[in-house]
Write a protein that binds this ligand. Structure first.
Ligand code: SAH
Length: 270
């Protein structure tokens, strides 16, 4: 499939402009500059910084070298939610295994997928963690997919700018190869839901599960994490999110009505 057929409205803009690199809570300004340089070398330009510890900073400017344009146009956000707002595909990076496994791809396949979606005009975020602790579980659970660079198992943690370099290079290769992996949502009838729509749905779901007394201390461990993973994997579209939220609203309505009839004697009879 040619890029023209996937991106009919906007052929002059590079699909790489639909891909943002998000750095969460970076400590060292030098790393931020080195990331800007790694990105520009591979034709990426959209840098988002979530609560950087020191930015702007001379060290960042120095390490960015001639990528100071990427650095200076970086968008600084207060929360990860702000940085991934509007993104239909969110990819989390991790240097190690996590307790609940998530859909995980290697850098090549993951970045081919990211490029293919960007080429179909989806906004994509690739999220990188803190130098000392990586991303929290909560942050990783806001991602549709995870990617791990298969480094030395005994020493798998790369410097953040090096990790950005590896993934940006794979994006560049996906662009140059012109080989687009199959995008099963390219001709979808409704736009894929953005990260913030899904997050609102998941908050609503949790609230409703409490209302119907399903989410109790004795509920299976990591219940919400497993439900999050289920929905992140599904890639809901905007209409599907609206339908599901309608189901929740109606559930809440009837449960509240039943509880008030019950005279507030407790929800166990439901
Ligand atoms: N000690 C941290 C490592 C953080 S390294 C931890 O155990 O999680 C800083 C960031 O670089 C990571 O959050 C991730 O975004 C990226 N990174 C480093 N090594 C990586 C790898 N092997 N695969 C994918 N991302 C990696």
């Amino acid at each position: 499939m040619s890029s023209q057929t996937l991106n009919p409205q906007n052929t002059s803009v590079s699909p790489l402009d639909n891909i943002r690199i998000v750095l969460v809570n970076t400590s060292h300004p030098g790393n931020i500059g080195a990331v800007a340089r790694a990105m520009k070398n591979m034709c990426l330009s959209q840098l988002y910084l979530v609560e950087p510890r020191k930015y702007p900073h001379d060290e960042a400017t120095w390490r960015a070298a001639s990528a100071d344009d990427v650095l200076n146009s970086a968008v600084v956000c207060e929360t990860l939610a702000d940085a991934i707002s509007g993104c239909q595909l969110v990819i989390g990076t991790s240097a190690r295994e996590r307790t609940v496994p998530w859909p995980l791809l290697d850098p090549r396949h993951c970045m081919e997928r990211a490029y293919t979606e960007a080429n179909a005009d989806h906004k994509v975020a690739v999220v990188f963690g803190r130098e000392d602790r990586g991303l929290t579980n909560d942050e990783l659970q806001r991602c549709n997919l995870h990617v791990h660079i298969p480094a030395n198992p005994d020493y798998s943690s790369l410097n953040i700018a090096m990790a950005v370099q590896v993934l940006s290079y794979e994006l560049r290769m996906a662009q140059l190869s012109g080989e687009l992996s199959h995008n099963d949502m390219a001709d979808w009838d409704v736009p894929v839901a953005g990260a913030e729509d899904l997050e609102r749905y998941l908050v609503h779901l949790e609230e409703t599960l409490r209302d119907i007394n399903f989410l109790r201390p004795e509920a299976p461990k990591k219940l919400m994490t497993r439900l999050r993973r289920l929905y992140q994997r599904t890639r809901l579209d905007e209409m599907e999110v609206n339908i599901l939220r309608g189901v929740l609203t109606s559930t809440q309505y009837w449960v509240r009505k039943a509880k008030s009839k019950d005279g507030g004697s407790g929800g166990e009879s439901l």
